[in-house]
Design a protein around this ligand. Structure first.
Ligand code: ADP
Ligand code: ASP
Ligand code: MG
Length: 409
């Protein structure tokens, strides 16, 4: 018997009617002779609502209690979906993350899964039940409730699929697959039939929120066949897979963007060994992740200018810390900008083709989009631009690389 893990995101379980439709889909899958484990997110908007409530109580809620609060969202949907299944004559068992021992580390609000106990789930499946598990949550070794970071239900689904050795993990969402870019920004973006783990990992890490990045790395590591599909219409969706000869041989497979960016600059720091460490050490100590870094020697040869990006949520804290460090180090000036975005081209085809960067820069120049920072790796090129240019940059690049058309074989 085939074992399938299906995950339904917030919009897919956003109303009682949609939960009923999910129950019908689950039953259809089961009636085709499959064993089914379902992972659900909280109803759309619920996690944000809970975060806003916490914000009204404290501007710095205790992470442990925030997890206790956030985990309630998914507990509502497992119960409602299981009721809907039972109402249709399908026996179902709902479980919170703790109940099926989704054991995580103790990093509240961004915990990592360490282990999943599969016995109970297998016993339920053997007994003919559909198992419904709350996404996004687990427990640490002391029994504290933890959550896995925004979008974490994807990771719950893939981790469960890996632990249960499922035949496929299906991520049902409000788009019918992974597109060349977010179809909400570029309406003529094209759905990809397949994308490699490597490319999907880059897309996710560069801001494409269709899959949480950890779910993709899990799937790649444990070789879980992963598919993104629509909850609302039939279709084959997008398969995330290893590179093979059947892959579409596109130079660029997609464009990702990230609106959660901010950049900080220090000008005129005396250029001595250890400058980068001195500037970034306190930022790291405050648990702030740094993304792009650019350092440039000033024309005087004695000082250096230093720019880096952080998540927009960390901007104020990072600016405070940097201002303090820069003053101690005798820097000339500190500035920041939290109205920037990062736009990235991703594609394994880039490895063997020169000239992609120059087409990218030329396209943006023609549209009058000023590039503030650039960073490249083997399969991606990222630029930082002003927030107001995001749509223009993404659309013009999508056009320039002909991404609406299937690649020529
Ligand atoms: P869910 O609540 O089901 O987890 P998400 O909102 O997390 O759904 O992810 C789906 C959304 O991801 C889509 O509505 C779409 O706007 C966005 N998205 C961003 N980049 C892409 C892409 N390349 N392909 C498809 N969707 C994308
Ligand atoms: N409910 C959580 C969130 O909104 C987890 C998820 O939906 O994947 O981020
Ligand atoms: Mg999601």
């Amino acid at each position: 018997m085939t074992l399938i893990v299906q995950k339904y995101g917030g919009t897919s379980v956003g109303t009682p009617e949609r939960i009923a439709a999910v129950a019908d889909k689950v039953i259809t899958t089961r009636d085709r002779g499959n064993r089914v484990v379902v992972v659900v997110s909280a109803m759309s908007g619920e996690t944000n609502r809970l975060l806003a409530l916490a914000d009204q109580i404290s501007d710095k809620p205790v992470p442990r209690e925030l997890d206790v609060l956030l985990a309630t969202g998914e507990q509502v949907t497992i119960a409602l979906l299981s009721m809907a299944l039972e109402h249709r004559g399908c026996t179902a068992r709902s479980y919170t993350g703790g109940q099926v021992h989704i054991l995580t580390d103790s990093a509240h609000n961004k915990a990592r899964i360490r282990e999943i106990e599969d016995k109970r789930i297998h016993a339920d499946l053997d007994a003919g039940h559909v198992v419904v598990v709350a996404g996004f949550q687990g427990v640490d070794e002391h029994g504290n409730i933890t959550t896995l970071g925004r979008g974490g239900s994807d990771t719950t689904a893939v981790a469960l699929a890996a632990a249960l050795k499922a035949d496929e993990c299906q991520i049902y969402t409000d788009v019918d697959g992974v597109y060349t870019t977010d179809p909400r920004v570029v309406p003529d973006a094209r759905r990809l039939h397949r994308i490699t783990f490597e490319e999907m990992l880059e897309m996710a890490s560069l801001g494409s929120k269709v899959l949480q990045i950890r779910s993709v790395s899990f799937a790649g590591r444990y070789n879980v066949p992963l598919r993104v599909l629509s909850s609302f219409e039939e279709g084959e969706g997008t398969l995330i897979t290893y590179e093979d000869e059947k892959m579409e041989q596109a130079l660029i497979s997609g464009i990702a963007f990230n609106r959660d960016e901010a950049k900080l600059t220090v000008i005129g720091v005396p250029d001595t060994p250890g400058v980068a460490h001195q500037l970034l050490g306190p930022i790291a100590d405050a648990n702030i992740e740094v993304d792009m870094i650019v350092q440039n020697i000033a024309p005087d040869g004695a000082t250096t200018d230093f720019t880096f990006t952080v998540n927009r949520n960390d901007y104020k804290r990072a600016l405070d810390i940097l201002t303090r460090t820069a003053t101690i180090m005798g820097a000339r000036q500190v500035s920041g900008d939290n109205k920037i975005v990062k736009v990235s081209l991703v594609g394994v085809g880039m490895r063997s083709h020169a000239g992609i960067a120059s087409t990218m820069f030329g396209t943006l120049a023609k549209e009058g989009v000023n590039i503030r920072m650039i960073s490249t790796s083997e399969i991606k090129i990222s630029v930082v631009v002003d927030e107001k240019y995001l749509e223009l940059a993404v659309r013009s690049l999508h056009d320039a690389f002909g991404l609406s058309q299937p690649p020529k074989v």
